[in-house]
Every structure is written in structure tokens, then in C-alpha cells.
Design a protein around this ligand. Structure first.
Ligand code: ACO
Length: 505
């Protein structure tokens, strides 16, 4: 692999006298199919003329036949030595934004090196220009500032704004936490009632969307259907790019979105299972209404509260993949529906929100407590992931899992006892087979147990997660829109060096 400038440069260099005209220089460049000429006065290098200079000149409408190269060239260009390392050449070119540099040997011009020449060297890559290497999967990389909330992985703690999320789940309603995320403060009693009433009145599915739901339900899962339904909703409501609307307009759209998502999801689920959708009720809380629309029956208070606590715990969770996806899309100025649809796509993956039903499937596959150890051992040895275990940020117990374990315990039942035994075994087997990785249950493991115990079918586990997380995404989308800069990182190109000649067909 080339390491010195002499291995890469074009030689001999093409030169042009300083008193030549632009027309003559252009003809020379066209003729030799090159992007620059070194300008010389007798044998001395006095400048470099590039295609960019020609474009600048053309933009001024001068007559190139009467314009001398001297006026448009870059005078006294930096030069490279024949034996210079390509790294030095790279930083010279990128630092000054040059595209070409002459190469000299003992004062004599011997070649020209271009940015393109340098890019043919595999270890010199465009992302180096201004890039910083980051760990795979962006682990631990801070990419934005937020006041929505945060996760402290080592402490096993997460918070929404200034409050512990676990304390909020224990003490407040979902609507209160929704308001906290949207407006920055928890409401007092009167404010809480007003907000709950306002969002309850927004639960109806707009007519333009209702007619589309049966075909969406027939085509795929409720989460698949939700993506398309939100696209339709945004178009039907005329939601404009976040770049073109103010905070109040975006907040109003976001309230509608978060209020109607549970209605859409439950309608899609029921239609898919051959049942008529159940209309929302505005006299019920978010959680109670969710279970009502899902089953068509009023759920017991213990189930309503358990699901409400689950929903509160999953509203937001730092810069997880779906929230990041939502913010990336919002950073382009795209509308609320676009950002939400992208986030749902990210959430649907089994490594993110798609795990809880798989955790329960695993419990089914294990069958009985005695079989747990052998089953888990076999799976881990095979290289499988145990669903509901491990977390990118938590290197101790996931506080959501701890809380939901208690919720599941209160509801009780055989499934809880079995799940707890499998949890214990899995943590032990993972500690033995994956030492040092600190793998514990994440939110998904007991989430599945709680949802199942409250009558939510497996098919609706991830959609239920999506329902509450829509509130978190919306809070982040608003925050991004309020203080936006396009999120546009770089990638390190590791393919074959360009430019290769394009083969003829
Ligand atoms: N089962 C077995 N091994 C695991 C598990 C698991 N659940 N999770 C991590 N590991 C192992 C990996 O095999 C790897 O081992 P290695 O060093 O021998 O290769 C090591 O732990 C580190 O794994 P990474 O993939 O680098 O960890 P990362 O932080 O990228 O992954 C993730 C986090 C995706 C959640 C992972 O733990 C996982 O796949 N869990 C199972 C799926 C799951 O429960 N997803 C829900 C997450 S919670 C949520 O998003 C709401």
C-alpha cells in the first residue's frame, strides 16, 4: 500500500505559463483530462489553476480569451516533497480545502497530487477530515442535549425531567407524566383534570383514516398497521414540516397523535382478529380506556393500575434507538408523522422493543423450572440472545424490571413464579458463560409477564410499548424542533479504493 506522495502523484505534471489566457489553460486541462495545471514563470512555480478557479471566472462573465491565468490562479501554492507521507499531504489538502498540490524534488516540479489520488489509499479516508472515531453502536457517545430525561446505567436509575421515573410510576397517573414531558412541570390537581379531559377528547380516529383500517389490519401486525396509519393521519390532517410550524402548532399535533395512537392500535388488533373496534370512552383514564378498547370490557382496577405503571415506565428512556431515530428525522425539519413512523420502525426490532413477546415465548419453550438451566445453557452456548436480558446502558438491575417484578408479584399467579425462577437461573448461567458482561433482566422480561397477567395478548406487547413511547418521542421531537441543527454524522468508508474505472456492459 502506498505511503509516500511519490507513489500517488500524477507525473509528469501539466504546466501552463503564467501569461497564458484562461481559454488556453482550459483547453490544456480538457485535452489532458485533468482538474488543475501548475502555473510556471520560466521554471519557477508561481501558482496553481484549478477547475474551481475556472468556474469562479466563468461566473463573472469575463472574456476568457483576454483573461490571464495570473489573475485567477492561487498564487504561491503550498507544495509537497516527493518523500512526504500521504498523511501530511492529506492534512495539507483538507486543512486548506485545496484539491491539488504540486510536488517538488530539490526545488523542481515533478508532479501533482490531488485529493482524489489520496482517496485511493485505503487508510486515508474522507471521514478523517473532521471526524472522530466513536465506539461501535455509538455506545456512550453524547450526541445531543436534552432536558426530557436521562438514564444512569451504573446506578440503575432513570428520570423524567427532575423526577425519578420509578417514583412517578408509583405516585402519578400517565396523563400527569405526559404533561410533565410535554410542558416541563407536573400539574396540580386542577391542571391534571384539565389536561386529562383535553387529551381524552382527542381519542377519536379521524374519518379519513377509519375506512383504511380494515385493509391495514388484514395486511400485517398492529404495529405494521400503525406505521401506515400515522402516515395517513399526518397527510389527512395536513401536518406540515416541523421546520415551518411553531412550538404551539407542533404541541397541538403531538397531543392528537399521542391520544389517537391507542385507539388506532386497539382497532387494528380487533379488526385483525375478526372483531369490531370498540369506541374510546372519554370518562376513562388513558390506561383504563386502553384496556377497554382492547377487550370491550372494563378492566379491574388492579390491572388498570398495573398497566398504567408499565406505560409510565416506558414513556421515555434516554437516547434509545427509536428516540434517536425520531430526533434524526425531526432534525431534517420533517413533519411529526414522518419522525414518529421512523421511530416505530426502530422500536419494532427484537433488540429494542420487539422482545417482550419473545421473552414469553421463551418461557413457553422452557416449559418447566427444571428444564430452565439446560435450555438457557444450550441457547447461550449456541450464541443466541436470551430475550429480556442485557442492556446497552444498565450494567446492574434495570429499575423498570425491578419495579415490574413487584407489580407482577402483586398480581400473582403461576406465570410470575415460573418467570422468577427462570430469571434467577438465567442470570446465573449468563454470569458463568458471559463473565464480566453484567447481564440482568431488562424491562421486557417482566413487562411481558405483567401484560399477560392483565389480559393483553402477546401480539399487543410491542404495540402497547409503542403507545406510551409515542409520548416520549413527541417530547423529543418538540425539543429537537425548538433548537434544531441537522443531525448528519459521517461514516468511515472501508470498501475498495475509489475511483475504479466503471466497467463497460
Ligand atoms: N443473551 C446472551 N448474551 C447476551 C445478551 C443476552 N440477552 N445480551 C448481551 N449478551 C452478550 C453478547 O453476546 C456479548 O457477548 P460477547 O462479548 O461474548 O460477544 C456481550 O454480552 C455484549 O453484547 P452486546 O451486543 O455488545 O451488547 P449491547 O449493549 O450491544 O446489546 C442488547 C444490548 C441489544 C439489549 C442485548 O443485551 C440483547 O440483545 N438483549 C436481548 C434482546 C432484548 O432483551 N432487547 C430489549 C432491550 S430493552 C429495550 O430496548 C426496551
Amino acid at each position: 500500500m502506498a505511503t509516500a506522495v511519490q507513489d500517488l502523484m500524477s507525473s509528469p505534471p501539466v504546466t501552463c505559463p503564467v501569461d497564458a489566457t484562461l481559454t488556453e489553460a482550459t483547453a490544456l486541462m480538457n485535452d489532458r483530462q485533468i482538474g488543475s495545471v501548475v502555473v510556471t514563470d520560466r521554471r519557477a512555480i508561481v501558482g496553481i489553476l484549478t477547475e474551481r478557479d475556472l468556474l469562479r471566472a466563468a461566473a463573472t462573465r469575463i472574456d476568457p480569451r483576454n483573461e490571464s491565468v495570473r489573475r485567477w490562479m492561487t498564487a504561491d501554492p503550498d507544495v509537497l516533497g516527493l518523500g512526504d507521507e500521504v498523511g501530511a499531504a492529506w492534512s495539507g489538502l483538507t486543512h486548506h480545502h485545496y484539491r491539488h498540490l504540486p510536488v517538488v524534488d530539490h526545488g523542481d516540479l515533478v508532479g501533482v497530487v490531488s485529493l482524489r489520488d489520496l482517496l485511493t489509499v485505503a487508510q486515508i479516508r474522507p471521514a478523517d477530515e473532521a471526524g472522530t472515531d466513536v465506539p461501535r453502536g455509538l455506545e456512550g457517545v453524547v450526541v445531543a442535549e436534552t432536558s426530557v430525561g436521562d438514564v444512569r446505567g451504573r446506578e440503575g436509575f432513570f428520570h423524567y425531567r427532575q423526577y425519578s421515573a420509578v417514583d412517578l410510576a408509583a405516585r402519578r397517573s400517565l396523563e400527569d407524566v405526559w404533561q410533565l414531558l410535554f410542558d416541563g412541570a407536573l400539574p396540580d390537581r386542577t391542571g391534571a383534570a384539565g389536561f386529562a379531559e383535553e387529551v381524552a377528547s382527542l381519542r377519536g380516529i379521524p374519518e379519513g383514516l377509519t375506512g383504511q383500517l380494515p385493509s391495514l389490519a388484514a395486511m400485517g401486525t398492529p404495529l405494521d398497521g400503525l406505521r401506515t396509519a400515522i402516515s395517513i393521519l399526518g397527510a389527512e390532517r395536513g401536518w406540515r414540516p416541523t421546520l415551518d410550524i411553531d412550538h404551539a402548532a407542533l404541541r397541538s399535533q403531538a397531543l392528537h397523535l399521542c391520544a389517537v395512537v391507542p385507539t388506532i392500535l386497539t382497532a387494528l388488533f380487533r379488526l385483525r382478529n375478526g372483531k369490531d373496534p370498540v369506541d374510546p370512552r372519554d370518562d376513562l383514564s388513558y390506561a383504563a380506556n386502553y384496556l377497554w378498547m382492547l377487550t370491550g370490557e372494563e378492566a379491574p382496577a388492579t390491572h388498570v393500575r398495573a398497566i398504567e405503571q408499565y406505560l409510565v415506565l416506558t414513556i421515555d428512556h434516554g437516547f434509545n434507538a427509536s428516540t434517536f431515530a425520531a430526533r434524526v428525522i425531526a432534525s431534517t425539519g420533517a413533519d411529526l408523522a414522518a419522525a414518529t413512523v421512523g421511530a416505530i420502525g426502530a422500536l419494532s426490532g427484537p433488540l429494542h422493543g420487539g422482545a417482550p413477546s419473545r421473552a414469553l415465548d421463551m418461557l413457553d419453550a422452557i416449559g418447566t423450572p427444571e428444564r430452565a438451566e439446560a435450555w438457557i445453557r444450550r441457547a447461550v452456548t449456541r450464541g443466541d440472545r436470551i430475550m429480556g436480558f442485557g442492556h446497552r446502558v444498565y450494567k446492574t438491575d434495570d429499575p423498570r424490571s425491578v419495579f415490574l417484578r413487584d407489580v407482577a408479584r402483586e398480581i400473582g399467579g403461576e406465570l410470575f413464579d415460573f418467570a422468577q425462577q427462570v430469571e434467577q437461573t438465567t442470570v446465573e448461567v449468563l454470569a458463568e458463560l458471559k463473565p464480566g458482561r453484567q447481564l440482568y433482566t431488562n424491562v421486557e422480561f417482566f413487562a411481558g409477564v405483567v401484560m399477560h397477567s392483565c389480559g393483553i395478548p402477546r401480539e399487543m406487547f410491542t404495540p402497547t410499548f409503542a403507545s406510551s413511547r409515542t409520548i416520549g418521542w413527541a417530547a423529543h421531537i418538540m425539543e429537537q424542533a425548538d433548537d434544531n441543527r441537522l443531525i448528519r454524522p459521517a461514516a468511515r468508508y472501508v470498501g475498495p479504493p475509489p475511483p475504479q474505472p466503471v466497467p463497460a456492459v
